[in-house]
Design a protein around this ligand. Structure first.
Ligand code: G4P
Length: 529
């Protein structure tokens, strides 16, 4: 099928990661602008989730539409079909963010030129490295005073342990930002303020050997540029597509998203340096994206987007073949054939029903409560499952029970559904079952969100008691008899809902101690299904 191949080949699916305020929303807006998906910049509302605390988050909850539209965006540009996965930058939403990265084929890292690598970027970056996906760096806000360019690159290399290869090079910054030098074409693109992107900039392209350049940049900037080019050509890593593809070398671009400078060049290079969806691993080996059989996995579940209907949407990343509305698929983990109802896709601002979608795309389908994160959906004759999505280690724990014992059923239903969405992880006391539930979260804000949602959506009041544990370990060798384990005084045995044993620790050093005391014991920081 020629058109299947053609459609999939033009797909590019990437996530944008950044520390809040680095300019992710602004950059996304400009991308959409180039794709003609929106007419006016300023209408993407990604940062709402990124920046605000509980109270605002709950407001956002009321208008779920907004946070959802910001989570996946699709637009066309220059013959490509681009899917952008937005990742909330707020540290308390990191669990969700981690998972979103599992659905992306590459990542764009936005860095504020005056700040360098910040905490949140570091965390997200680790996940990209774990997956060996290409990472592109956009150093933003060059129209403001920036750190030294060499230092910025050094920072990325040291902090993140990845080599960098500047594709272009900035000349000055802040009020003196003159433009960027493209190392490939050997041309300087001059900067002119576009008044926050509201007017067309007068950009000039000047050859590096053109005598007019000296005049344009001024003597000082010109000679500095010459020196830096020489230094750079001698010192920086050469561009190597293979290393980029493996996530070992990050192509770096400089620009100013707000003034729309360097954004289109970035997009063009990015599209050339990335690939359409690649085969993804399953329990029967890699699955060819061009296969005619449709397959996808669930990476995110969002509940109650419409309060009146109590609906849940499961977001799936299509990994092979073509999706057609109304098609019957096998839900592997549920062991049942189902029809995916109300498939939706996000096009900039609007959700709309999709008739067809291809490998690389993200669709949201109505979830009657059957899906969990990581589930595989497919149509091939030979059932398989995609590799599970790792469960990221929660760092905060609390014991939770319902205040009104009559509401036991709602409580269990609510907390289980919220856990299925992946916002929290739930555990039980070892051996004693569901009586009291231990909740683990990556960011403490999720505790408040849990309380709020149980009260508002399930009408259950809860009592929460914080536990002092900070470290969790999955036990790799499940056959081990947990009763015989020699622990430490700060260790607690628990189990997840599937009955897998886990250990909680207050102190990190106890982990090593328990390993020492129990020969053959293997502990893991990430859990996998
Ligand atoms: P985020 O999604 O990563 O959190 O960042 P966002 O795009 O919301 O940008 C954060 C702030 O930085 C915004 O200003 C935005 O206008 C500004 N900004 C983004 N890119 C650039 C740039 O290239 N140059 C300059 N000078 N500023 C940039 P704000 O005042 O917080 O918001 P707003 O009132 O402008 O919307």
């Amino acid at each position: 099928m020629a058109d299947l191949r053609e459609e999939i080949e033009k797909r590019r699916t990437f996530a944008i990661i950044s520390h809040p305020d680095a300019g992710k929303t602004t950059l996304t807006e400009k991308f959409l602008l180039y794709g003609g998906a929106i007419n006016l910049a300023g209408s993407v509302k990604g940062k709402a989730t990124a920046r605000h605390a509980v109270s605002d988050w709950m407001e956002i909850e009321k208008e779920r539409g907004i946070s959802v539209t910001s989570s996946v965006l699709q637009f066309n540009y220059d013959g490509y079909c681009i899917n952008i996965l937005d990742t909330p930058g707020h540290q308390d939403f990191s669990e969700d963010t981690y998972r979103t990265l599992m659905a992306a084929d590459s990542a764009v890292m936005v860095i504020d030129a005056s700040k360098g690598v910040e905490a949140q970027t570091r965390k997200l970056f680790k996940v990209c490295v774990m997956r060996h996906i290409p990472i592109f760096t956009f150093i933003n806000k060059m129209d403001r005073d920036a750190n030294d360019t060499f230092e910025l690159l050094d920072d990325i290399e040291k902090e993140l342990g990845i080599e960098t290869c500047p594709i272009n090079w900035p000349i000055g910054s802040g009020k003196d930002f003159k433009g960027v030098y493209d190392r490939n074409t050997k041309k300087v693109m001059t900067f002119s303020d576009t008044l926050k992107g509201t007017k067309e900039g007068e950009q000039k392209e000047i050859d590096i050997d053109d005598p007019a350049l000296k005049e344009e940049l001024g003597e000082d900037y010109w000679s500095q540029l010459m020196d830096e080019i020489e230094l750079l050509d001698g010192a920086s890593a050469e561009f190597d597509q293979d290393m980029v593809s493996k996530g070992e070398l990050s192509p770096v671009f400089f620009g100013s998203a707000l003034t729309n400078f360097g954004v289109e060049t970035f997009l063009q290079h990015f599209l050339k340096m990335t690939y359409s969806p690649l085969p993804r691993n399953s329990d029967i080996g890699p699955i060819d994206p061009f296969s005619e059989d449709f397959s996808a996995f669930v990476f995110k579940i969002q509940a109650n987007m419409n309060k009146a209907h109590r609906d849940r949407i499961a977001f799936m990343r299509i990994c092979s073949g073509k999706f057609e509305a109304g098609m019957e698929v096998m839900h592997i983990q549920g062991g049942k054939k189902i029809r995916l109802a109300q498939p939706q896709q996000m096009m900039a601002q609007e959700r709309h029903i999709v008739e067809e979608a291809y490998a690389g795309d993200i669709i949201g389908v109505f979830d009657p409560g059957i899906f969990s994160i990581g589930d595989t959906i497919e149509t091939s004759a030979k059932p398989f499952r995609y590799e599970g999505i790792p469960t990221f280690a929660p760092e905060h724990f609390a014991r939770v029970r319902q205040v009104d014992t009559m509401k036991r059923k709602q409580f269990v239903k609510g907390i289980t559904q919220i856990a299925q969405e992946g916002a929290i992880q739930i555990f039980q006391e070892y051996h004693t079952g569901m009586e009291e539930i231990i909740v683990g979260v990556v960011g403490v804000l999720q505790f408040d969100v849990l309380k709020y949602r149980l009260e508002n959506e399930y009408n259950v009041e809860i009592h929460m008691e914080n536990l002092p544990y900070e470290h969790i370990r999955w036990i790799k060798n499940k056959e081990l008899d947990l009763d015989k384990l020699t622990g430490t005084s700060d260790m607690k045995k628990i189990q997840d809902l599937k009955g897998n044993p886990l250990l909680l620790f207050i102190n990190a050093w106890s982990v090593g101690m328990v390993l020492d005391r129990n020969e053959g014991l293997e502990l893991e920081e990430f859990g996998r299904d």
